[in-house]
Design a protein around this ligand. Structure first.
Ligand code: TXA
Ligand code: MG
Length: 358
């Protein structure tokens, strides 16, 4: 394979955009190239969603299995009817309430969307992001941008342009650097191809917020169980995703017991010669006596935990920790999404503090 030049990186902010550069990036996309860009959730790796060759390039750049469909990003609600066959009434209400924003909805696809973009499925995932840089880029690109998270498949999703450059700097054409993202976890996915809407991936928009608008809504059973007997409906949710290089264990229980248990485990691992990483909250970070302690955010402001989750996992890759011990974060609004990502990073290894303490 030919070695590519380093991706061109262009810095801007939502309030001080560079229209010329976004026009140029839009042209790169129109011509079948790949551009990474910020969204409010995580950075996306964009390609023209209606061009099967561009979608193939996205899979190749990420090293992503080709049965794992991409999300099509739009920046104008009128574009929705072009790429989907029907929009149920309830989905319209949800769009009204949460678009533009961190919500992806799945509908039967129209013929215009190539199967290369949807991983062979007859449905298509659609999102209208609120990030203004993303919106301008999508419009400049012609209106339909397929964008998975801009990480190498299997690595934590990127929340800064540096993360994107680490993973894809040599394989894509451009990176729009809009600074650190706001939310830090991927969008909530709701599937409207079934009678009752189903959450395929939890995110910033919680089940409770969805229930308020939709009434009845289910969680995909594949998300709730910890063994692999029921496959999640979103193909991407079945992979051990968001994975740090180190083995990872989550410890749950009341705060004091968790700290005690993690200190005990950390000491045991240290004695056996392993480099231990600890993921702690602002409120408890001073209570650990060994290991590399990283603060993920504050329990008093759960949004900070979501914002730093992937960054902390990447940092532990860099310092070559052998094992990561993490507190559990069942926070009120985003807890479901935060724990979903942490459990996946840990390959579902979670233990009770009391069991460690005996
Ligand atoms: O926040 C986000 O959604 C980010 C930003 C860039 O917008 N994008 C993102 O894309 O997270 P990706 O490709 O990393 O995750 C898309 C998820 C995968 O789990 C995929 O399997 C699922 O959406 N998905 C996409 N189309 C689907 C479909 N037609 N049916 C079921 N699941 C689908
Ligand atoms: Mg992803």
């Amino acid at each position: 394979m030919a070695v590519k030049n380093k991706a061109q990186r262009i810095v801007m902010t939502e309030t001080d955009m560079n229209p010329e550069a976004l026009k140029k990036a839009g042209n790169v996309l129109r011509n079948g190239g790949l551009v990474a860009f910020p969204t409010e959730t995580v950075y996306g790796l964009g390609g023209n969603a209606l061009d099967p060759e561009a979608s193939k390039k996205i899979y190749a750049a990420k090293g992503r299995p080709s049965d794992n469909p991409l999300i099509v990003h739009i920046a104008d609600i009128s574009k929705l009817s072009v790429i989907v066959r029907e929009v149920p009434e309830k989905a319209k209400v949800l769009a009204e309430r949460f678009w533009p924003g961190p919500l992806t909805m799945i509908f039967p696809k129209s013929v215009i969307v190539p199967k290369e973009t949807t991983g062979g499925l007859d449905s298509v995932a659609v999102r209208y992001p609120s990030d203004r840089i993303a919106q301008v880029l999508i419009k400049e690109a012609g209106g339909y941008v397929a964008a998975p998270s801009a990480n190498t498949s299997g690595r934590p999703s990127p929340t800064t342009a540096d993360h994107v450059e680490e993973d894809l700097g040599e394989t894509i054409d451009m990176i729009i650097d809009g600074g650190p993202v706001g939310i830090g976890l991927e969008s909530t996915i709701v599937d409207f191809t079934e009678e009752i809407p189903v959450v395929l991936r939890p995110g910033y928009i919680s089940l409770e917020m969805l229930k308020e608008v939709l009434g009845e809504v289910r969680m995909d059973p594949g998300l709730l169980i910890t063994d692999a007997k029921i496959r999640p409906k979103a193909p991407g949710m079945k992979y051990r995703h968001y994975a740090p290089k180190a083995e990872m264990i989550i410890v749950e229980g009341n705060q004091m017991e968790v700290v005690q248990a993690m200190n005990r485990l950390s000491e045991e691992y240290r004695k056996s010669g392993r480099l231990v990483g600890i993921i702690a909250a602002e409120e408890t970070k001073m209570s650990y006596h060994s290991g590399i302690v990283k603060c993920i955010g504050s329990r008093r402001n759960e949004e900070t935990i979501a914002q730093h989750l992937y960054e902390v996992l990447r940092e532990f890759d860099k310092c070559e920790a052998d094992i990561i011990l993490s507190e559990a974060f069942y926070t009120p609004q985003m807890g479901q999404a935060i724990m979903n990502r942490l459990l996946k990073a840990a390959g579902h290894k979670i233990i009770k503090a009391q069991e460690v303490l005996g």
